[in-house]
Design a protein around this ligand. Structure first.
Ligand code: AMP
Length: 297
């Protein structure tokens, strides 16, 4: 079993073609649903009592919700706006609400999870939570500018407590205060991460392990409408794939990165979560085949 911990949100997403208000989002939501295509996935998260029943039902279709807490108050709310090119996002608001003082616990049934993903979330909460698992074989975390700018040391501590970091290029630079991605990765490895995966949006990713680098292309798309959650879908697919194979060999991790790129590509083709919600296993298999064809030479 895989456990995913992180934000479950009501998002306001402003794209050039459409504005989505208070739609279901959150890093753990995207990551968990993406992972659920590969393995049984348990969610640990908190929402407020304003969280719509229809979203609760939707989550229940994909995820084990024994770790979902409903607290009095408002659900975490994120408001972000994309520019015309869809490659730059400006954060307009991050309202932590019930996430602010959340004291997460791991349900007994999740404690034996061998794979744990700490999605984008308060790094102090993430670091505390990972210690509650009994049998972790592979753990991974992500972070975002918001946490790097207010809790950089806590982010570094979180990195010390996991096997792998998956982070986007801009955030890797901001966190490590380096400009070159190899230098960024080396710094994160010095902090204690065995694997570092740097996401480069539409351009794919770079994975680092010891002195090895595994570059992987993004799946090229002509029509992108909403990049929200691409990174989370990438990470969810990665760890979901590894959990499904119960493997952490370098070769499995390379394949996992490819699945990450492919699930990320589905996420950006539709608004909000729709890219994942409309997905069938057959679509994943087909796109993996296309991807293989694309990169073979
Ligand atoms: P991504 O596009 O992969 O960076 O992920 C976007 C998701 O992250 C959105 O659905 C947001 O709800 C969530 N998110 C944005 N900011 C934060 C934050 N500071 N902490 C946790 N989750 C966040």
């Amino acid at each position: 079993m895989l456990t995913v911990f992180g934000s479950t949100a009501l998002d306001t997403i402003r794209t050039p073609s459409k504005i989505l208000k208070n739609v279901l989002g959150g890093a753990a939501t995207f990551a968990g649903i993406s992972a659920s295509f590969f393995v049984k996935t348990g969610l640990i998260a908190v929402v407020g009592n304003d969280f719509p029943k229809k979203y609760h039902n939707l989550l229940a279709k994909y995820l084990d919700l024994r770790g979902l807490t409903i607290e009095k108050g408002k659900t975490f709310h994120y408001d972000g706006s994309y520019d015309r090119t869809l490659s730059t996002r400006k954060t307009l608001k991050t309202d932590l609400n019930v996430l602010k003082n959340f004291k997460p616990t791991v349900p007994e049934e999740y404690k034996k999870s061998q794979f744990v993903y700490l999605a984008n979330n308060d790094p102090d909460q993430n670091t505390k939570l990972i210690k509650e698992f009994d049998k972790v074989k592979f753990s991974m975390c992500d972070t975002i500018e918001f946490w790097i700018s207010i809790k950089r040391n806590a982010v570094i501590n979180m990195i010390k407590s996991v096997d792998a970091v998956v982070i986007n290029d801009e955030e890797a630079k901001l966190l490590t205060k380096e400009f070159n991605l190899i230098k960024c990765a080396k710094k994160m490895m010095n902090w204690g991460a065995k694997y570092v995966i740097i996401k480069k949006g539409e351009h794919g990713s770079l994975m680092f392990f010891d002195d090895l680098i595994f570059p992987s292309a993004g799946f090229s798309l002509e029509d992108v409408v909403d990049p929200t959650g691409a990174g989370d879908s990438f990470a969810g697919a990665m760890i979901g794939y590894l959990a499904s194979k119960n493997s952490t060999t370098f070769s499995a991790i390379k394949k996992a990165v490819v699945y990450g790129n492919v699930l990320g590509s589905f996420a950006v083709e539709k608004y909000g979560l729709d890219g994942l919600l409309q997905l069938k296993n057959q679509d994943i298999i087909q796109r993996i085949k296309q991807y293989e064809k694309m990169i073979r030479f």
